[in-house]
Each structure stands twice: as C-alpha cells, then as structure tokens.
Design a protein around this ligand. Structure first.
Ligand code: G6P
Length: 295
C-alpha cells in the first residue's frame, strides 16, 4: 500500500489506483462492504488506525468530517450549524470539489461531488494505517445533474491515515469518448485556536497572516506550512497546482445560515486545488495528492 506521504502526480497517466492494485483480495469490498456508522443523519465510514488515529467520512460527498490524530486531538473544523442531513453541503471538514470550483463555470457552485452520495468500495487496515476508498461515477448521478454535465467519468477518493498524518488521493478518469474540462479541490477547513495567531508559509514570499476576510488563489504550490496556537501542520500537494486560502471574516459569517457568528475565528481553509479548468482526454486520468502531517 502507498506510504503516508504524497507521491508526485502523474497527470494524464493511464495507471490504476495504487491501492486498488495492491488491495488484499480478502478485504470486504463493493456490495459486500458494510457502511460502519452514522454521523448525525448521514451514513459514514469510521476509520480507526491501531495507534488510535481516527477519521469519519460521510458517504454524502465522501466528506471527511472529523480527523483525530493518535493523540486524540481533533484537527478539522466543523460548524455547529452545519446541515448534516444531506439537504445542503456540509460546512467544515474536507468537501470534495468537482467538476467546478466556486462560481468559475456555469454549473453548480463548487460542483456536484460534495452534495451527492458516493459509494465506499473498500476499507480496512494495512501496514498500521486505516484506509477507505470512495467512488462516484456518471452512472451515480441523478438525471438533472447528468443532463447538465453529460460526461462519462469515474472519481475515486482514497483516504489513509495513522499517527499524526493523513493522505488523500483524488483521481478523475475520463471514461467517455470526448475530452471534458474540470476543476477539483479538497476544500480543507483546518481547526485553529485563534485565526489571528495563524501563520501560513509557502504560498507567497512572505508569511501570510489573516485578520479578517481573505479569499485568495496562490499558484504553483507544493508545500505549505500552517502554524497556529494548535501546533504546526505540513501540507504537501501534487497534481493540485493551486492553493486557495479562505476565511469569510466576521461580516460574511454573520450572513451565513450555517455558521455561528464567532466560528470564523476557529478555522482557516487552505485548499489544494486544480482550478484550471484542466482538460482530460478520453481514457486518461488525473491524480491529485494531498498529505497533512501534524507536529
Ligand atoms: O460557501 P461555499 O459554497 O462552501 O464556498 C466557500 C468558499 O469556498 C472557496 O474558498 C472560495 O474561494 C470562496 O469564495 C467561497 O466563499
């Protein structure tokens, strides 16, 4: 199985997902695999590594809503007012953004992947790490969505974690006979003690700090460090060429129905992204990789 690190992306490669190739044939998979738990009203997979690290991923959006490192510390922000019933995108954790980023296109804001139920196709423990694989394909789309985005594709999200690290790999494959454009991101809401103490390095020549609202795209990103009262995080990305740093600040938060007034002080989004849009040729696949390590 892949190590808990980010390997270089292979844009345009035809390779199968590394875990799918090496998966123990004895593991439960496809329709033999049981969804292990509920998170509020949503079906979810609860990953537990032997060292105590834990993660919860809802099938709705293949959305990681909680990640606790082996020391028991929660690392993800999740709004107390977030919808958790499948009627609206979850506010916090790691939304999967595909095939459109924000309003950069004519489709659904931030795409449909975060608001549709995915399938879990494998999960288990291997080499001391807990992992799960989630899939969404064109055949899973409701007719209204399929009509507005009429392309044959398979999205695969692989999550593996142990100790103080988590790795995610988002793969997009074009299963059709015509090229399609897409954007993708892992819209990570990092939990912090105090937004004003946040220091971000690796996105611009100087350290980036946030006082209030910020919504900025940085290009050519590989390694970002996030320091805050909650410790330091090392964020590595490959395939995702951009990083979006976002916090709504006080005024925008007040206007949001799914956030408490003060909650903006407790997170910063640093989102590995391929804003492109990139074009994927028939039969080709794109791989975006992301690793978060805490110290
Ligand atoms: O409210 P959402 O649709 O979840 O979007 C939340 C935010 O996502 C990204 O960070 C964008 O850059 C922001 O402009 C947007 O406000």
């Amino acid at each position: 199985m892949e190590e808990n690190t980010v390997a270089p992306a292979q844009a345009g490669a035809h390779t199968e997902h590394p875990v799918t190739r090496s998966m123990d044939p004895g593991l439960r998979r496809d329709d033999g695999l049981e969804v292990s738990s509920k998170f509020a009203e949503l079906d979810a997979v609860h990953l537990k590594a032997p060292d105590g690290a834990e993660a919860i991923i809802t099938l709705y959006g293949a959305h990681l809503v909680s990640w606790k490192t082996a020391d028991g510390r929660e690392r993800m922000f999740l709004s107390a007012k977030s919808a958790l019933d499948g009627t609206k995108a979850i506010r916090g954790g790691i939304p999967v953004i595909f095939p459109q980023f924000a309003t950069r296109g004519a489709g659904m804001r931030h795409g449909f992947a975060r608001v549709l139920p995915w399938r879990v196709t494998a999960s288990g423990v291997e080499d001391g790490a807990a992992f799960a694989i989630f899939t969404l394909a064109d055949s899973d789309l409701p007719a209204t969505v399929a009509t507005s985005w009429p392309h044959k594709f398979t999205l695969t999200l692989y999550i593996v974690m142990k100790g103080s690290s988590i790795s995610m790999s988002l793969n997009v494959r074009n299963d059709g006979d015509a090229p399609f454009p897409f954007a993708a991101a892992l819209h990570t809401y990092h939990l912090v003690d105090d937004l004003s103490a946040v220091r971000i390095d690796g996105v611009q020549p100087s350290t980036l700090t946030l006082g209030d609202k910020l919504d900025e795209v940085f290009e050519g990103i590989h390694l970002v460090t996030l320091a805050s009262g909650a410790g330091a995080l090392r964020l590595e990305q490959a395939g995702f060429t951009d990083a979006v740093v976002w916090n709504p600040g006080a005024a925008d938060t007040a206007a949001m129905s799914d956030m408490e007034a003060d909650e903006y002080k407790r997170f910063v989004c640093i989102e590995p992204a391929l804003l492109g849009p990139a074009t994927l040729e028939p039969g080709q696949a794109w791989h975006g990789r992301y690793n978060v390590s805490c110290s």
